[in-house]
Design a protein around this ligand. Structure first.
Ligand SMILES: NC(=O)c1ccc[n+]([C@@H]2O[C@H](COP(=O)([O-])OP(=O)(O)OC[C@H]3O[C@@H](n4cnc5c(N)ncnc54)[C@H](OP(=O)(O)O)[C@@H]3O)[C@@H](O)[C@H]2O)c1
Length: 323
């Protein structure tokens, strides 16, 4: 099969289109004939091997253990392992797999869900990691309630475009923070207010927020606390300026420790890749409350260009790879 592979960590230049063997699946795994793959920040981290902490987390210290890139997947079930009960060949699925920038990818049964009926494969491929991260930030960690004021920092990206729509779906009044070029996108997906961070500091406005979903920009502790209500919650979800060793985990852990001594709640989490979260997202998608924002699609051989576009910060919402 054709796949995008890399032998060493590095920039998009290390990625190559090659013919390799189809993956073999375990008893609890599904072989997916990939129709589309999503491009999320995590794939960039696995391509570059940055931050170094992820290498120690089992992805390969000197070079990628799995040379095939891509994790978000949408496609049709080709074959199932002997313990798989929820899927059969021919089913249309989406989820998180290993090596989705390829004609076939393997995925654990519990990380897959049926594809939403109203989405194309490209749209469905944008959901698994980005939308489920947003769901856990908004619903589980932020516990957003109707009528609350919610601030989404990084509202124009992969996670942020879902977070805005989810917070709206849960009845919040939503303010998104983005750069000038993406203000229109954030407004178009339903944000009630948009702050252009090149012109205005969210912490300098008189507004106080019940919940802040902090996805990008690495705001300082004092700026986050200033923008929160006295008992508000900040969910530290991501950020890219955190250094090459931990990628910002130290900042997040520091906030969690401070949270023990103050009335405001500062919390963080690692995305749990679960089929049940995807099923909840499917309900919201099929009800028309959430829709993936696809900037553009690329064919498999142009994955390096897609990664360069992501690296340059030019993507509005998400990009998908069509296979
Ligand atoms: N906790 C977890 O398990 C988990 C899971 C998935 C992702 N993440 C992390 O979450 C972060 C976002 O991921 P993603 O896939 O959404 O990335 P992405 O698609 O690249 O989006 C990031 C967005 O941040 C915006 N941004 C940059 N600087 C900003 C600033 N100063 N203020 C406000 N917005 C700013 C960019 O838009 P503008 O051009 O408008 O600035 C961009 O659209 C990454 O750090 C990723 O590693 C964490």
């Amino acid at each position: 099969m054709k796949a995008i592979v890399q032998d060493a960590y590095g920039s998009a230049d290390v990625l190559e289109l090659r013919d390799i063997a189809k993956p073999t699946i375990g008893d609890d795994e599904v072989l997916v004939r990939v129709h589309a793959a999503g491009v999320d920040r995590g794939v960039w981290h696995l391509m570059t091997g940055q931050a170094y902490l992820i290498r120690l987390a089992g992805y390969g210290v000197r070079r990628p253990r799995n040379p095939v890139r891509g994790r978000e997947v949408a496609g049709r079930v080709e074959a199932t392992g002997k313990d798989v009960t929820r899927f059969q060949p021919g089913d249309e699925v989406m989820g998180t797999g290993e090596g989705s920038f390829a004609e076939y990818a393997r995925a654990r049964e519990d990380k897959l869900a049926p594809k939403p009926a109203n989405l194309t494969f490209e749209q469905a491929a944008a959901v698994p990691i980005s939308a489920s991260t947003a769901l856990q930030a908004v619903r589980d960690k932020g516990q957003v309630q109707p009528g609350q004021k919610v601030l989404i920092i990084g509202a124009s990206g992969g996670v942020g475009t879902f977070a805005v729509q989810l917070a709206k779906a849960f009845g919040a009044e939503v303010t998104g923070v983005s750069s000038t070029a993406k203000v229109d996108l954030v407004r178009s997906i339903g944000a009630d207010h948009v702050i252009d961070y090149t012109r205005e500091d969210f912490a300098a406005t008189p507004d106080r927020f019940d919940v802040i979903i902090d996805i990008a920009g690495n705001p300082s502790l004092s700026r986050l606390r200033r923008a929160l209500t006295a008992t508000g919650t900040a969910v530290v979800t991501g950020g890219e300026e955190g250094g090459s060793l931990t990628g910002g985990m130290n900042r997040q852990l520091g906030f969690v420790i401070v949270s023990l001594f103050i009335r405001q709640r500062l919390t963080m989490f690692i995305n749990k890749e679960s089929g049940s979260n995807l099923e909840r997202l499917t309900e919201l998608i099929e009800a028309g409350k959430v829709m993936p924002s696809i900037d553009r699609t690329y064919p498999l051989d142009q994955v390096p260009d897609a990664m360069r576009q992501l690296d340059a910060g030019k993507v509005r919402g998400k990009i998908a790879i069509t296979i």
